[in-house]
Design a protein around this ligand. Structure first.
Ligand SMILES: [Zn+2]
Length: 69
């Protein structure tokens, strides 16, 4: 197992977890609702990023914070 394989494996595991969580939200009826501000995530964004849990502005804010940290 090379280091590259480890990275790929971790990415796939993350993706798989994100998809499972998205399915769980569909079952709960909370799919497409921003987890930070509670607004509806635009359909176009969900089509582009089906596992998105944040609206564009909350995502940008979070990434801004992450960059600052
Ligand atoms: Zn939001």
């Amino acid at each position: 197992m090379t280091q590259h394989d480890e990275v790929v494996k971790r990415r796939l595991a993350d993706k798989s977890r994100a998809l499972a969580e998205a399915l769980e939200r569909v079952r709960e009826g909370t799919y497409g609702i921003c987890q930070a501000c509670g607004c509806r995530i635009p359909r176009r964004r969900l089509e582009a990023v089906p596992t998105a849990t944040l609206c564009v502005s909350c995502q940008a804010q979070r990434e801004g914070v992450a960059h600052a940290a």
